[in-house]
Design a protein. Sequence first.
Length: 546
Amino acid sequence: SDQRLNFSKILAGFKKYPKPNRDLEYGTAGFRTKADLLDHVVFRVGVVACLRSMQKKKAIGLMITASHNIHSDNGVKIVDPLGDMLEQSWEKFVTDVVNSGEDSFEEKIMSIIRSNEIDTSIDGCLFLGWDTRPSSEHLASIACEGVSSLNGTVTKIGLCTTPVLHYVVRCHNDPAYGKASVDGYYDKLLTSFEKLWAKFDHIKKCYSPHIYFDGANGVGAITMEYVSGKIGDKIEIDLHNDDIKTPDKLNHCCGADFVKTQQKLPLSIPAKPCARLVSFDGDADRIMYYFVDPENQFHLLDGDRMATLIAMFLRQIIQEAELDVSLGIVQTAYANGSSTKFITETLKVDVSCVKTGVKYLHHEALKYDIGIYFEANGHGTVIFSQRLKDEIKLKLVSDNEKITSAATTLSLFVDMVNETVGDALSDLLIVETILHAKDWDLSEWEKLYDVLPYQMAKVTVKNRNAITTTDAERRCVTPVELQPKIDEMVSSFKFGRAFVRPSGTEDIVRVYAEAVTQAEANELALRISILVYDLAGGIGERPSLF
Ligand code: G16
């Protein structure tokens, strides 16, 4: 009989890690919940990821992290062969197995094998990474047991950022993309960064080579410590929130998510006027830039700002290189209304809006030769078509010096980008390069357009899936009474816009509101939160206006 399909081995794991009563769903970025509810999940995900690897005859990645969530949560994301997120049709397969009991898993697994015509004589191959959470290593070892139960092999990358894991998986399956190792990752990004930097190395008036860095007390802090040693002669990195030994400090009053949702400085970052401040999130796939002006006002440069900065820069370079290629930006409903207006009216670049989750943005961005995608929360990257990469090669050998120079810039830029997924380090190198090239500080960057004030809120409800949405999450379908009430409320606020959606990473409903002043945006968010609480089964304390 086929050694790989030894159901007794899989059954042993199902018995060892029994499923609690509650079913789980594959959320915005994989399974995510309280860390102590995840043993059975990671075992089963290990099994299904191994099947996925056998089906594709390629390596697959598993990342144990709950990213921006509280330290006591954890989660697991599955990475597909090209380093992107697991294909959506497989989310259902993995969810079925995660939620099945001892009596039905065999049938579920057989059905995956049959419907995907998986050759079970193939060896599954997995790469495994994890973040700094206290539960991560334990969960990673159970995931290994899952993979082993199908006789798959696991290469442990160990403690790493999410984007490093995505990158290594891609390189293993597509060696032309780079060397499949952590060193290979740093080498590719930092070498292209240094070369690009040298191209723009003129006297600076505005750009200051100094940043204050908030590592969210997570794995991003280790990354930046390393990077600081490599590029310290170009950018001085002042490390803060780099305590990975105290678990409950992770993301606590710090990190990219905190800064974006609270619109204020994280703990331990000095409020030095006009200094360039940067935060990563817990697994370093998101980034935020911000500063405090001389009047002590807080200014945020978020994912929308990065998308527009990059689009502006790349549009100019492709013109200089005389490349005829398509360029587009992908956003979500969280994109500030004025950023979308700036992209269409001033930059005259194509923009589309999709559901929250990098998996949706990435997919949409593939439609362009240069697809720039960013969630407002700082999660994003740029992807380049093969056609564009081929065209650049031709331009590199042009007789026209201006064209070859622009093509060189573009080619180095491509190598500095981690195209597999949002990557805070790669994004930082991109932003720093552009600011350095333009000799801008953050206030110059901010001048591109004015944002509408916004407010974000969370509401706890009995069942967050009672809220369903349509139109890229901009409109709510159920409970049916909710959207008309939101419309009515929004119409009484100048430049009002608001939407609600269930989070796919936390057990809450998210509320977003924009209006002409901060006070009005705050009030709109609060009024919408009350509507959600009243109409969608709120629990705990009712949000209140007073
Ligand atoms: C994940 C996803 C992001 C998403 C965020 C919040 O980020 O990768 O695409 O924007 O969750 O999702 P939700 O609003 O559904 O909770 P991370 O950094 O937590 O992995």
